[in-house]
Design a protein around this ligand. Structure first.
Ligand SMILES: CC(C)[C@H](C(=O)O)[C@@H](O)C(=O)O
Ligand code: SF4
Length: 487
């Protein structure tokens, strides 16, 4: 006869009984082995590699003469170093960049990785646009990449985060990662986002509220009415920018919208697999009495069109509010950073950002270059012209986005307005391959980083929504898109 074990002796039962956050549930489901109180060996479902951060990792695996453990779990794309000129076939002029692109292709061939998106692949794109567009990210997955903006994929309820080169090597060799557990942070976005504001404005508001260090070491979960109302593209934008607060992940519990997105994008997903995914997705939410290390509330109804005034994404303000005086900041680090940011940008406290003259507009990047972004910009640009003295460029997030936009005639609207219609890639987001601004050029940019010199030494970047970028292109000054018809 066997005596019944007391329930607390069964770790699996104990795990299930404890209220958990969505983050904890995903980590538990992927834990191969607990290493110590702070660290686990984590199974990763998918790894995405670009040509820029992967070469040494592949070289390490080659040198040891071992195979890539699960070749089908990797997707490789040339996106960071590829020029965006509108030529066919695409040519990489820079020798070092060409070597990086060719090395990635050779590594894929050598290790039996079929999912390679080279410069002339019809579906090439910025990795964080491409992955979701190919339906490769599913709710509950752990997805990793040697790139910080992998947090983007939390929009689908997947734990996405960036890793370093030695970790990429570990993934290639073992499909696992030695993972230090993060702390949990709930950001509840209450109320409704006004129709005059966009998800990008919400994301910049979150950053301003919690600061660029506000989520350091934490995995954020977004909840609340405004978050459920966001379309998938808006959720990608929000989760993409969350890393700029230092977050180690950004999650949104998967709902019907997330499942519909996967259904619409995952080629070959059978009805049976979809049903299994949908059933699992229902369990992917934080338990009502889960404990959080930190919680923050934000009122969505107060969000207004935003831009950045400094050189950190959290140095943001509404376009029609006065630029704050950093001298008044309590935190000495923020005070110094604010003073330096304003000085770099050549701006004074007290004036509004609306009306600041710009010479360049960039619509692109993994933050805001999906089809809905291009539609929103085109709706503003239709029948209007880019202001004299402004150079305006659009780099669709992927070649598929570009094709879909062309099928709707959006390229015509952009070109008629005076925009350059380019090909997809990171390009001007981080000043690569000749896609750079001149020294001192001020740019309204739909990207996620406004660091000193990000778009070229001395160039001034102001982060904005796609709508604000389009309106600013027309006016030649930073412009709240809601005021456009009224000016
Ligand atoms: C090049 C890469 C390591 C980097 C990142 O990690 O985010 C880049 O994509 C960026 O946006 O600055
Ligand atoms: S588009 Fe910009 S932010 Fe996104 S991965 Fe490329 S360089 Fe990084």
């Amino acid at each position: 006869m066997t005596a019944a074990l007391p329930t607390h002796a069964n770790p699996a039962e104990e795990l299930k009984a404890r209220p958990r956050t969505l983050y904890q549930k995903i980590v538990d489901a992927h834990t191969v082995k607990r290493i110590d109180a702070e660290t686990v060996l984590l199974y990763c479902d998918a790894h995405f590699a670009n040509e820029y951060t992967s070469p040494q990792a592949f070289a390490g695996v080659r040198d040891r003469g071992i195979p890539v453990a699960v070749p089908d779990a990797h997707l490789c794309v040339v996106d960071h170093i590829i020029p965006s000129e509108d030529v066919s076939p695409r040519v990489i002029h820079d020798h070092a960049s060409l070597v990086q692109a060719e090395t990635l292709e050779a590594n894929c061939r050598h290790f039996g990785i079929d999912a390679f998106y080279g410069p002339n692949d019809p579906d090439q794109g910025v990795e964080h646009v491409l992955m979701d567009e190919q339906g490769l990210v599913r709710p509950g997955m752990v997805v990793i990449c040697g790139d910080s903006h992998t947090t983007t994929h939390g929009a689908l309820g997947a734990l996405g985060f960036g890793i370093g080169t030695s970790e990429i090597e570990h993934i290639l060799a073992t499909q696992t990662l030695v993972y230090r557990l993060g702390r949990s942070m709930k950001i509840e976005i209450k109320g409704k986002l006004p129709t005059t504001a966009t998800p990008k404005d919400l994301a910049l508001t979150v950053l301003r509220t919690i600061s660029a260090r506000g989520a350091l070491g934490k995995v954020v979960e977004y909840t609340g009415e405004a978050v459920s109302q966001l379309p998938m593209e808006g959720r990608f934008t929000l989760c993409n920018l969350t890393v700029e607060a230092g977050a180690r992940g950004a999650l949104i519990a998967p709902d019907e919208k997330a499942l519909d997105w996967v259904k619409a994008h995952a080629a070959g997903l059978t009805e049976e697999n979809f049903e299994a995914m949908a059933t699992y997705a229902k369990t992917l939410r934080s338990d009502p009495d889960a404990e959080w290390d930190e919680t923050v509330e934000i009122d969505a109804s107060k969000v207004q069109p935003m831009t950045t005034w400094g050189t950190s994404p959290d140095q943001a303000t509404a376009l029609d509010e006065p630029i704050p005086d950093p001298e008044a900041f309590q935190d000495p680090i923020q005070r110094e950073a604010g003073k330096r940011g304003l000085e770099y940008q050549g701006l004074e406290p007290g004036r509004t950002m609306a009306g600041v003259p710009i010479q360049h507009v960039f619509i692109g990047s993994c933050t805001n270059a999906r089809l809905s972004d291009l539609r929103a910009a085109a709706a503003i640009l239709k029948g209007r012209k880019v202001h004299a003295g402004v150079r305006a460029q659009v780099m669709p997030g992927s070649m598929r986005v570009r094709r879909e936009a062309e099928a709707e005639g959006l390229d015509r609207i952009f070109k008629d307005a005076g925009f350059e219609w380019r090909k997809s890639g990171c390009t001007l987001c981080l000043a690569m391959n000749g896609d750079i601004l001149g020294d001192g050029v001020r740019c309204a940019s739909t990207t996620n980083r406004n660091f000193e010199g990000r778009q070229e030494r001395g160039a001034k970047t102001h982060l904005v929504s796609t709508e604000t970028a389009a309106a600013s292109a027309v006016m030649g000054v930073l412009t709240d898109p809601n005021t456009l018809g009224k000016l």
